[in-house]
Each structure stands twice: as C-alpha cells, then as structure tokens.
Design a protein around this ligand. Structure first.
Ligand code: HEC
Length: 404
C-alpha cells in the first residue's frame, strides 16, 4: 500500500512540477525575449513618460505594446501591478517534494549506490540537502564578489563552470548515478529560485515601496536593485537548459551508469548553456546589436554529437549469440539472489514479481531492457549483479525470442 501511494504522490507531484516549471520558464523566457527586443522610444509622448524601451508584438489576434521603465514611470502605476514569483516558488517546492518522495523516502534504494559509497541513508539524505544550500552560498558569494567588477560576468561564468564541474564530480562520487544527476540539477535549480527569493523580489519590493511612499526618492540609488535583479535573472536563463537536461537525463541508465558520468553530466549541461546563449544572442542579432550566434549552437551540438560517439555501446561479442541457450534453471539462482529481495513474494517493488518461470517469461522484455540495456536494475546495483550475470540474462532473453 505504501509503495502504491508513493507512486501516486510521485505521479501527481511530477505533473504539478512540470506544469509550474513551464509557467516559470515560459514567463522567464518571455521577459528575456522582451528585454532583448526593446528599442529606445522615438515617439515624444513615450520619452516624456520616461520609457526606456518599447516594442510591438502581435499574438492571438491582438497587438501588444509593452514598455519598460528602468525604475518606474514618472506618474506612478495606475492599475494592478503584476508580480512574478509564485511560478518560481511553486516549481522549487513541488520539485523538493518530489525529491523527498522519491529519493529521501527511499534513500537506501535510490540515493545510495553501495559500490560508489556505502553510507547511511540519513547521512546521504542530509548531505544531498546540504549540497543544495552549499551551492547557493558559493554561487551567491561569487556574484557578490565579482558580479559588478570589470569583466565581472566573464569571471562569474568561468568560476561557475569550475564549481559546477566540481559539483558533478562530487555528487557522482557520493550518490547513485541517477540521484547524482538529479541533485546537480537541483543545486542549480535551487540557486535559480533563491535568486528570485533573496534578490530579485526583495529588490523589486524596495523600489515599489519607495515609489509608492509618496516621498521623493533617489532613482539612481534604486537602480542597483534593477541591475542586480537583471544580473540574477540573466544567470537564471543560462541555468534553465542545463537544469532541464540534468533532470531528464537521469532516466537514462546508459548515461548515469557510465564510469565517467560526472563528465557526461557536465558536458550535457555545458551544451545546454551554449545552446541557450545561441537563443539569447539571436534576439540581439535580429536587431543588428550582436553578431550571429551560430558558433554557440554549433559548439553545443558538437558536444552532444561527441557524447553520442563517445558513449556508443561496445559491439556485443559475436560468440555470445552462438553459445548454448540459457534455460530457466540456469537463470533462477541469479534472479533469486539479485532481484527477489525487491521483486519476490515478500516485497514487490513497482508491483513486479519475478519468483517463478511464468512470471519471468511474462516480463522478459522488460527485464532485458532494465538489466541488459539500461542497467537500471538491480536498482543502484544494490544486490551487486555482475556483468557475467547480465550477459546470462541477455542470452536467456535471446533464447526466449528463438523459442517463440
Ligand atoms: C533494491 C531493490 C531492487 C532490486 C534488487 C531490483 N529491483 Fe527492479 N525495481 C525496483 C524499484 C524500486 C523499481 C521501480 C523503479 C522506478 O519506478 O523508477 C523497479 C522496477 C523494475 C522494473 C520495471 C517495472 C516497470 O513496470 O517499469 C523491472 C523490469 C525490474 N525492476 C526488474 C528487476 C530485475 C530483473 C532485477 C534483478 C536483476 C531487479 N529489478 C532488482 C527495485 C529493485
């Protein structure tokens, strides 16, 4: 019953998480697009109002004319002011809840891979959560120290690349491959939400408070909030693609089980950041403000193709196919030893039992997929299945096909 309810919690939280993340990233991409396409106004009435940039757009049958004020319009704001933060907060909250249901609840199965590090579920759980906070503190310190120096953005970018590479290495040496990918993604995602929570929104609140106080205020002094908010929001846009690839790539065993998986993850995320740069710079290129960004896309795609080539499976030894067929009798002890603690009479993870010939044959395709192709099973290789035993499953499965 517990496993059944957890499955529901998992499904519903995942659904919620994807929906709110779409809302967040959608609005964030929209504002990046907007900012990159604003033109200094030429019309006198806009200049008089203090507009810094404006654009025209057509969507869904209507025409839109957004205008940007760096601090605030001179005449104040005369209707409802919309804020954008719940998209971000609900993405983080639903993501953390999903992480708790999936990884913290079942830490010994999902978070820990004894071949990577044999430690207690409690220690692993606290470490995972601690890493989320640690990344934020390091990233925030880098931004505070270097963010507004000359070439600050480049220094921040270079340092962050180093910190993220280190995070990939560390996480894959502490947790199961699957959990490590997710945790690195969650580290960046936590920093994104923290940017909104600790800097962007408080800065905006200060500006709005000054504007609506009725007292005169120093617009130049307030501009720092706008600048800092913009800086963090630009970082967020470069984090999005890397975070998304980290979160979805953890479902692919050929990535998360690779011996150099930290580098696999890092290169995937780097490709994501480069591709995002392509899209951001493309807005500027359309207006003749920036060079064509094709080198970023080319580099990102080249990295991905390089990964495809690097990770290609070794050709199966031809001899294996010619070996004698493997029968149930030969496979039974392997399944008993490696699978039945989780898929037997007592415990049925994912409602799956493998403790008879009929059951095993019924699920043959799925077993082959999980044990031989993706190597996701046994989960985190908790039961320490050997490569020879996986080869045995492969030969048994091929024999199944021949028998039918
Ligand atoms: C430590 C516990 C554990 C061990 C050992 C284990 N499994 Fe699993 N298995 C699970 C869990 C948990 C899931 C669900 C994973 C998920 O949904 O992401 C699962 C899912 C599966 C699935 C997918 C079922 C579906 O409906 O998608 C298959 C097939 C499977 N296991 C086969 C095996 C085989 C074969 C072995 C032995 C070689 C094995 N498992 C060993 C825990 C285990």
């Amino acid at each position: 019953m517990e496993a059944y309810l957890l499955d529901w919690a998992n499904l519903l939280l995942r659904w919620l998480h994807v929906i709110v993340a779409i809302a967040w990233i959608g609005s964030s991409f929209y504002f990046v697009f907007l900012d990159s396409n604003l033109l200094a106004p030429t019309a006198e009435d806009l200049k008089d109002k203090g507009v810094d940039g404006a654009m025209w757009a057509v969507h869904g049958g209507g025409f839109y004319h957004p205008q940007k004020y760096m601090v605030a319009p001179k005449g104040g704001i005369d209707s409802k002011l919309h804020w954008f933060y719940w998209e971000s907060y609900s993405t983080w909250l639903s993501g953390f809840a999903l992480f708790a249901v999936l990884y913290l609840w079942n830490a010994s199965a999902f978070l820990i891979d004894k071949q990577v590090l044999d430690w207690s579920p409690v220690a692993a759980g606290f470490t995972a959560v601690g890493l989320l906070a640690a990344f934020w503190f390091i990233y925030d310190a880098i931004c505070r120290v270097f963010g507004f120096r000359p070439h600050g953005e480049r220094i921040v970018a270079a340092l962050l690349l180093g910190v993220v590479a280190l995070a990939c290495w560390l996480a894959t040496h502490l947790f199961s491959g699957r959990a490590a990918f997710l945790i690195v993604g969650a580290m960046l995602a936590t920093a994104m939400s923290a940017n909104v929570f600790f800097w962007i929104i408080p800065g905006q609140r200060k500006v709005v408070a000054a504007m609506t106080s009725g007292r005169p205020y120093d617009a130049d002094a307030l501009a720092i909030h706008g600048k800092r908010g913009k800086q963090r929001s630009v970082h967020n846009t470069y984090f999005t693609l890397p975070v998304l690839i980290a979160m979805i790539s953890n479902h692919y065993g050929f990535l998360t089980s690779h011996p150099q998986r930290w580098l696999v993850l890092f290169l995937l995320m780097l490709a994501g950041a480069l591709i995002r740069q392509f899209f951001v710079q493309r807005h500027g290129w359309h207006l003749g403000r920036a060079r064509h960004p094709w080198p970023y896309a080319a580099l990102g795609v080249a990295l991905l193709l390089g990964l495809v080539a690097w990770l290609r499976p070794a050709p199966a030894p031809a001899a294996a196919a010619l070996q004698a067929q493997v029968g149930y009798a030969e496979l039974k002890p392997v399944i008993e030893q490696r699978c039945q603690s989780c898929h037997g009479a007592a415990v049925q993870m994912k409602n799956l039992r493998l403790d008879s010939q009929a059951l095993l044959e019924q699920h043959a395709q799925m077993v082959y997929q999980q044990v031989v192709v993706t190597k996701i099973m046994p989960l985190s290789n908790a039961t320490q299945m050997t490569d020879a035993e996986r080869a045995l499953v492969a030969r048994w499965f091929e024999g199944q096909g021949a028998a039918k």
